[in-house]
Design a binder for this molecule. Structure first.
Ligand code: ADP
Ligand code: MG
Length: 356
């Protein structure tokens, strides 16, 4: 497997009267055989990043290395990239079989060899794939088209696999099934991969590493635990802490967090000012002796979910979230008490920078 390294990648797009920085000085490394999920909101630059790794776009600045080979000037074909798109991007005039065979036709690979490769791929993709081969894309469902697109990616034995929100056009049930199948393939192939998504669950379940992106920048990279326990700024905390991260506007005066007219002493002194106090709803323990009181006004989740989110209105009208196990019974309108958990975060309100 190949190590992928991006060095100082910057990409701008010039529109009529402004220059848009789609990617700003991106630096990261993917260890050989690992999958990195790139997680970020729509418009943050995920697709642009993927296209630059693929060679479909050229960076304004910076270099891309595959195992110390500078591939920045190489075409996608020379980079041996396999890519799966959100909209499947199959050739509509060819049957599924033709879609898989296409790159080999161009290389004038003998038909017999192509047939072998297709058979092998069908075996890997499992039950029912063979049956799709003689249909055209328009005769296939979305999920089936995506299986063909994945087949077209793996049949070329690419050195790197890139996925651009490949599951987002599938319905919820199929998305979960396909996600598991994809993960299995990624582990089996041990091919270095980049998986782009705006969906946190997908990012966590697919990626060995997760890179959180916002506004053209990679804000934090790490394993799930590293990021969840140690968010480097308020954006990561709110984006990654879903569904139950609380971020509350507070003031710090004389090294005390002032919230609900009470002072919470800080272990080490920080500058006075406006901050966001963060804590996980799953770290909160509801107990009758707690000094914070509020009323449950909404319970989010279904009996099928392992946990539910209680939305609590506090006396000072702030709203916070507490995560509970689905088995625990609470009702809307109920009054509860709890204490602030031990693990808290503090971010500067102006910059989002973490200080505690
Ligand atoms: P994402 O995939 O995260 O939704 P994109 O990489 O598609 O984000 O886009 C990042 C930003 O770059 C967006 O503001 C988008 O409008 C802009 N952009 C992307 N491609 C082009 C292009 N070819 N021309 C001009 N602007 C573009
Ligand atoms: Mg995109």
């Amino acid at each position: 497997s190949i190590e992928v390294r991006l060095e100082n990648i910057t990409k701008t797009f010039k529109t009529k009267n402004e220059i848009l920085y789609a990617l700003k000085n991106i630096n990261f490394k993917i260890p050989p055989g690992k999958t990195i999920s790139i997680l970020g909101p729509s418009g943050c630059g995920k697709t642009t990043l993927l296209k630059i790794i693929a060679g479909l776009e050229r960076p304004d600045e910076g270099k891309i290395f595959f195992n110390n080979e500078d591939v920045t000037e190489l075409s996608p074909y020379e980079r041996k990239i396999g890519m799966v798109f959100q909209n499947y991007a199959l050739y509509p005039h060819y049957k599924a079989r033709g879609n898989l065979a296409f790159p080999f036709w161009i290389k004038k690979t003998p038909e017999k060899e192509i047939d072998e490769k297709i058979k092998e791929t069908a075996k890997i993709l499992g039950v029912g794939f063979e049956y799709l081969l003689d249909k055209k894309p328009k005769e296939l469902s979305g999920g089936e088209q995506q299986r063909v697109a994945i087949g077209r990616c793996i049949i070329r034995n690419p050195s790197i696999m890139l996925f651009d929100e490949p599951l987002s056009n599938l319905d919820a049930k199929l998305r979960v099934i396909t996600r598991a199948q994809l993960k299995r393939l990624l582990v089996m192939f041990n091919t270095t991969s980049v998986y782009v998504t705006h969906d946190q669950t997908e990012a966590i379940s697919i990626g060995d590493l997760i890179g959180i992106m916002n506004n053209g920048e990679i804000i934090q990279i790490g394993t799930y635990d590293e990021i969840a326990n140690n968010p480097q700024n308020a954006f990561v905390a709110s984006f990654f802490g879903k569904p139950s991260m609380n971020l509350i506007e507070v003031k710090v005066i004389n090294s005390q967090i002032i919230w609900r007219n009470k002072g919470i002493p800080l272990e080490k002194p920080i500058e006075d000012g406006e901050y966001l106090l963060g804590f996980h709803g799953r770290d909160v323990l509801i107990n009758p002796d707690g000094d914070i009181k509020g009323e449950i006004y909404f319970i989010d989740g279904t009996p099928a979910d392992p946990s539910k989110i209680l939305h609590i209105q506090l006396e000072d009208n702030t709203s916070i979230k507490i995560e509970i196990k689905s088995g625990e019974i609470y009702r809307c309108g109920e009054n509860i008490s709890f204490s602030l958990p031990k693990r808290i975060y503090l971010f500067k309100k102006s910059t989002g920078e973490r200080v505690v």
